[in-house]
Design a protein around this ligand. Structure first.
Ligand SMILES: NC(=O)c1ccc[n+]([C@@H]2O[C@H](COP(=O)([O-])OP(=O)(O)OC[C@H]3O[C@@H](n4cnc5c(N)ncnc54)[C@H](O)[C@@H]3O)[C@@H](O)[C@H]2O)c1
Length: 261
C-alpha cells in the first residue's frame, strides 16, 4: 500500500447524518471521491434530493434517507436501511448541528427551551445516530470510524451569549474521548474536528456583514474564514487507515485562531 492509498475508502460504507447540509454535503461528496459508498441522512427532503442528484451527476450512487435524528426510531431505521442496502456500515460522520447564532442570551438568563433546542440539534442527534451506527459496526465485527463535528466553541468561551452551544460542543469533545475509550476494544476509532467559522449557508447572513467578517478574519492568523473543503482532508484522515492508531482526538481547523488564545 502506497502512502496516499492509506487515505482511500474503497469498499467502505459511510453513514452521514446532516449529509445535505453546508458542511455535510461537501464531506459526503468527498468521501465518495475517496472510494466510499455513502448514505446521506437528513430531515430536509429538498436538500437531500439536491445533494444526492449532484452526487449522481458526479458518478456516485448515494443512498438518500429522510430521517429526523432527534428521534431514536428514525436513527435506528436509517442504520437498518443503510446496512440492508450496502451490506455493511464502516464510518459515521456526524454533520448535524449548529444554531448558535440564532439563540444568543446572557448566561444568567439562558432560557430552557432554547437550551434544549441547541442540545437536541447538536448532542442528541450525534448521540442517537452514533449509538445506532456503532451497534451495527460492533455486529459487523470489522471495526469502524466515528467522526464528530465539534467547534472551537467546545474549547473557547466567547462574550456573546453562546452558553448552550459551547456546552453542547464541549459535551461532543468529552464524548469523543469517552467513546474512543469504550469502543477501542471493538476496533472503532472516534475523533472530532473542531472548525472555526466555515462559509456555509448557516452562517452566510453573519458573514455578509463586512464588519463582522473583517473582525473574524483579523483574529485568524491565516487571514480568512474556513471553506467546507478545508474540512475534507482532516475528515478523510479520521475515516481512513491513515489514522489507524489515532483515537479520542479533537483536531482544531481554525487557521491558527486557537493558537493565539
Ligand atoms: N458552519 C460553521 O461555521 C461551523 C463552524 C463550526 C462548527 N460547525 C458545525 O458543523 C456542523 C454542520 O454545520 P453546517 O454549517 O453544515 O450546518 P447546516 O445547517 O448547513 O447543516 C446541518 C444539516 O443537518 C440537518 N438536520 C438538522 N437537524 C436534523 C435532524 N434532527 N435530523 C436530520 N437532519 C437534521 C439539516 O437539515 C442540515 O442539512 C454543525 O455541527 C455545526 O455546529 C459549523
Amino acid at each position: 500500500m502506497g502512502p496516499t492509498d492509506m487515505f482511500r475508502l474503497d469498499g467502505k460504507v459511510a453513514f452521514i447524518p446532516g449529509g445535505s447540509g453546508g458542511i455535510g454535503s461537501t464531506l459526503a461528496a468527498g468521501v465518495c471521491e475517496a472510494g466510499a459508498q455513502v448514505a446521506v441522512v437528513d430531515r430536509d427532503g429538498d436538500g437531500l434530493a439536491r445533494t444526492c442528484s449532484r452526487m449522481r451527476e458526479a458518478g456516485s450512487q448515494p443512498l438518500a434517507i429522510a430521517a429526523d435524528l432527534t428521534r431514536k426510531e428514525d436513527a435506528d431505521r436509517a442504520v437498518v436501511e443503510t446496512v440492508d442496502h450496502f451490506g455493511r456500515l464502516d464510518i459515521v460522520i456526524n454533520a448535524i448541528g449548529g444554531g448558535a447564532g440564532k439563540v444568543l442570551f446572557d448566561a444568567e438568563d439562558y432560557p430552557v427551551p432554547e437550551w434544549d433546542w441547541i442540545f437536541d440539534l447538536n448532542l442528541r442527534t450525534t448521540l442517537l445516530a452514533t449509538q445506532a451506527a456503532v451497534r451495527a459496526m460492533i455486529e459487523g465485527g470489522q471495526g469502524g470510524k466515528v467522526v464528530n463535528i465539534s467547534s472551537v466553541r467546545g474549547q473557547l468561551g466567547i462574550n456573546a451569549g453562546y452558553s448552550a452551544y459551547v456546552a453542547a460542543k464541549g459535551a461532543i469533545d468529552s464524548l469523543t474521548r469517552q467513546w474512543a475509550t469504550e469502543w477501542a476494544k471493538h476496533g472503532i476509532t472516534v475523533n472530532a474536528i473542531s472548525p472555526t467559522f466555515v462559509d456555509t449557508p448557516q452562517v452566510a447572513m453573519l458573514l455578509d456583514d463586512p464588519d463582522f467578517k473583517a473582525a473574524i478574519v483579523n483574529r485568524v492568523p491565516l487571514g480568512r474564514v474556513g471553506e467546507t473543503r478545508d474540512l475534507l482532508g482532516p475528515v478523510l484522515l479520521f475515516c481512513s487507515e491513515a489514522s489507524a492508531f489515532v483515537t479520542g482526538q479533537i483536531l482544531t481547523i481554525d487557521g491558527g485562531l486557537t493558537a493565539t488564545q
